[in-house]
Design a protein around this ligand. Structure first.
Ligand code: C6P
Length: 405
């Protein structure tokens, strides 16, 4: 059976010409960061060769061209998730997008207010809330995670004191797809604002913020074929208009007097200082690339590969897989342990076969505790992966077993 996206797509990604320890690269770590197509790499090169100047400052050709291209990238991201231009803020990464919210929304909380998170959050959607809560005296509560890696949604946690609910859309460890529509509705019924960490969903499945009715949504360019150093924060315009900026300085102002300052229109009110112009424009190219292939096709392709990977890995003796057994509840991420071999050792030996997977706590230490493990191996899939990649991995695991026999 063929997968939705043909293996020839790898030709668009120059890195797949590389050999690692003399072997073709099998890249199974896109949840950490994706590889980049030629189009994205060329955009960065072209920009610096032909267009670079600072944005929103000069009234000369180069500055105007750079400004238009950077603003156009915001428009592309807005269309990608069905948002308005004013609702798309470029940040450094998902982590900065969430910090922006924690500092802006979180610092307005009072003693007795509650922030509701889950036990499966990446540290980026946990530590900022935890630390800001300490400052203001708010409480942080957590939705539990079952042994099958699914959220246990307890109505009692949604109280009149809950002001912010911040949840990951897809677990970066187990691939669990959380029922965010249900969570958003519950939050809505108690008047809490909802923050969706879409770092692992926006690159892989179609997202429509209007349909979801999400208040805020954060993701990173580098996990969706774009460059590092650019992140996105979507926020409903009505909320962003009222929020205080997180960073202050140039470009985010309308008028500055020695005594006080008025702030710029959205989205620039939240983009202080010279941004990553080339990176932002190249994110626009990544969005074009993903849109041309189609997010539904990418989703379908990854579902096919996930099923194949599960079938093949389940045949390997000594494998323990974490996360939902029902693959309909799971995205293209598989956390596993192999025999009692440390995930770092598994990863290092796989590297000698040209295979890149991640081993460790995956920046989700509290989840490791819930699963009662120190660490795990993790493979993660994207549009350029093939069934052959899985076959190479499964074969290489036998080599790992031999080394540790
Ligand atoms: N997860 C992983 O290997 P940044 O680093 O800011 O671009 O993304 C942070 C982040 C936030 N939320 C989720 C759900 C994530 O998966 C990540 C990044 C990578 O799982 C690197 S730790």
């Amino acid at each position: 059976m063929k997968t939705t996206i043909p293996p020839s797509i790898k030709n668009d990604f120059p890195i797949f010409k590389r050999k690692i320890h003399g072997k073709p690269l099998v890249y199974l770590d896109s949840a950490s960061s994706s590889q980049k197509p030629r189009q994205v790499i060329d955009t960065i090169k072209d920009y610096y060769e032909k267009t670079h100047a600072n944005i929103h400052r000069g009234v000369y050709t180069l500055s105007e061209e750079a400004t238009l291209a950077y603003e156009d990238a915001h428009r592309k991201v807005a269309r990608f998730i069905n948002a308005k231009f004013k609702e798309i803020i470029f940040t450094k990464n998902t982590t900065e997008s969430i910090n922006l919210l924690a500092y802006s929304l979180g610092l307005e909380l009072k003693k007795g207010d509650e922030i509701l998170l889950t036990e499966m959050e990446h540290h980026s959607n946990l530590v900022p809330w935890q630390q800001i809560a300490k400052r203001v005296g708010a409480a942080v509560k957590f939705m539990k995670v079952s042994q099958e890696g699914e959220l246990v949604i307890d109505n009692k946690l949604f109280t009149p004191n809950t002001k912010i609910v911040a949840v990951t859309h897809i677990s970066n460890v187990m691939g669990t797809i959380n029922p965010i529509k249900e969570i958003i509705q519950k939050a809505r019924s108690i008047g809490a604002k909802v923050v969706i960490d879409a770092a692992q969903s926006a690159p892989h499945i179609p997202i429509d913020v209007k349909e979801l009715d999400a208040d805020f949504l954060a993701f990173s360019s580098h996990k969706m074929l774009g460059p590092t150093g650019v992140g996105v924060l979507y926020g409903k315009q009505e909320f962003l208009e009222k929020m205080t900026p997180f960073l202050y300085g140039g470009d985010m102002i309308k008028e500055v007097k020695l005594e006080d300052t008025t702030f710029n229109d959205l989205p620039w009110k939240f983009e202080a200082g010279t941004p990553n112009i080339a990176g932002g424009i190249a994110l626009g190219t990544a969005i074009d690339y993903l849109t041309n292939i189609g997010m539904h096709s990418i989703d379908q392709h990854e579902k096919e590969l996930l099923q194949y990977a599960h079938e093949q890995l389940s045949k390997v003796k000594g494998i323990t897989i974490y996360g939902p057994r029902d693959l309909k509840k799971k995205a293209g991420i598989i956390a596993f342990n192999f025999e009692d071999i440390h995930p770092h050792d598994v990863s290092s030996i796989l590297d000698t076969e040209g295979i890149a997977i991640r081993g460790g706590h995956h920046c989700a230490m509290p989840l490791m505790k819930v699963l009662d493990i120190q660490a795990s191996c993790r493979l993660s899939l994207y549009l350029y992966n093939t069934k052959e990649d899985i076959d190479v991995l499964v074969k290489a695991l036998e080599k790992v077993r031999k080394v540790f026999k």
